[in-house]
Design a protein around this ligand. Structure first.
Ligand SMILES: NC(=O)c1ccc[n+]([C@@H]2O[C@H](COP(=O)([O-])OP(=O)(O)OC[C@H]3O[C@@H](n4cnc5c(N)ncnc54)[C@H](O)[C@@H]3O)[C@@H](O)[C@H]2O)c1
Length: 318
């Protein structure tokens, strides 16, 4: 198969490319390198084509989608820090860019999977988060919510195009996905903690460290994405894709220190200092993965210790 991955030079996209090429597919990656990097894909020489360009380029997207058998739409402005630093560019990419890709998939009748996010759920207190739960979103004046809002519009566009044009689309709501190649530059917590631990510098924990997350290894996420598009029964459905095992940021920092045998201490940084006054975070974000497990029999296979050792090895060797 010829598979188009938008955001193919990014963290998740490059691992997905690895898996597709390993099974014999041909991959075309469309990326503008805003957060992606050539380092992620430099090992890909066979059955791999890189197209440097923007998902907002309608003609380019139409050309690439028309030639593909399958599309994974992963390109997005990602990460709280980036959304806050470049809100206009981020909103434009995440709404207009996704609309472009979805319209092209509908026009050329291509099977597509789009990456949504656990940010969709916002700051509701009910946990674990189920696909049918209502969204509880802060004011649009707080720009961090624009990522959640944009991804919600993408999901709605996918549903609408399924109804209007029978678009064969599946939506994956990814929870915290971690592993080698994830950049710490845009506020991602695991590479940030491990990067500090391997240098024995203080580990920066935002807020009081009681906020929790659930992490999923990139290899498990790639397995889920591949299985989701391998069947028609997932068409016009949305699935949480996330790990098992909730952990607070203080516990995570301690576990990172222990498993990397680091001398680092923990440094608590108030949110107002890390981001801006009035910054809102979610206390918990726990996925209910019952739906994906019953649909395709997927559960994550790799635990947090494996995640930490794989990320630490990558940081140390790069
Ligand atoms: N990593 C996670 O924990 C996580 C969680 C939830 C959702 N997601 C979603 O998964 C997808 C991939 O995220 P990731 O973690 O690999 O991030 P990433 O930043 O590594 O990948 C995104 C890629 O998209 C590219 N890109 C951005 N804007 C573009 C544009 N206008 N045109 C072309 N390419 C563009 C970037 O250069 C980058 O390579 C995103 O849609 C993201 O919203 C990721």
């Amino acid at each position: 198969m010829r598979v188009l991955i938008t955001g193919g030079a990014g963290f998740i996209g490059s691992h997905l490319a690895d898996a597709l090429i390993a099974r014999g597919d041909q991959v075309v990656a469309l990326d503008n390198f805003s957060t992606g990097s050539t380092a992620n894909i430099k090992h890909l020489t066979k059955n791999f084509e890189l197209v440097e360009g923007d998902i907002r380029d309608t003609k380019l997207v139409q050309d690439l989608v028309s030639q593909a058998d399958l599309v994974f739409h992963l390109a997005a402005a990602v990460g709280v820090s980036l959304i806050l630093e470049s809100p206009i560019e981020s909103i434009s990419t995440n709404i207009f860019g996704s609309e472009n890709v979805l319209l092209a998939a509908a026009q050329f009748k291509k099977r597509i999977l789009i990456a949504s996010t656990s940010e969709i759920y916002g700051k509701g207190v009910k946990q674990p988060l189920n696909e049918l739960d209502d969204r509880v979103i802060g004011s649009p004046q707080k720009l961090r919510w624009s990522y959640s809002d944009a991804k919600a519009i993408d999901e709605a566009m996918a549903v609408a195009l399924h109804h209007k044009s029978n678009l064969q689309v599946t939506t994956a709501r990814l929870f915290n996905t971690v592993g080698p190649r994830q950049s710490s530059r845009y506020g991602m917590v695991v590479p940030r903690f491990i990067g500090a631990a391997v240098k024995n510098t203080p580990i920066p924990v935002y807020g009081n460290g009681n906020q929790t997350r659930v992490f999923c290894h990139i290899f498990d996420v790639v397995d889920a994405l591949l299985q989701l598009v391998a069947t028609d029964k997932t068409v016009n459905e949305v699935y949480n894709v996330g790990g098992i095992g909730e952990i607070s940021m203080t516990e995570l920092a301690n576990k990172v220190v222990e498993e990397t045998k680091s001398q680092s201490t923990i440094e608590y940084i108030p949110y107002e200092k890390a981001y801006a006054p009035g910054f809102e975070d979610m206390e918990r974000r726990v996925p209910d993965i019952t739906k994906i497990t019953s649909a395709i029999n997927w559960t994550p296979q790799r635990d947090l210790s494996r995640i930490i050792s794989d990320v630490a090895a990558h940081i140390t060797n790069s």
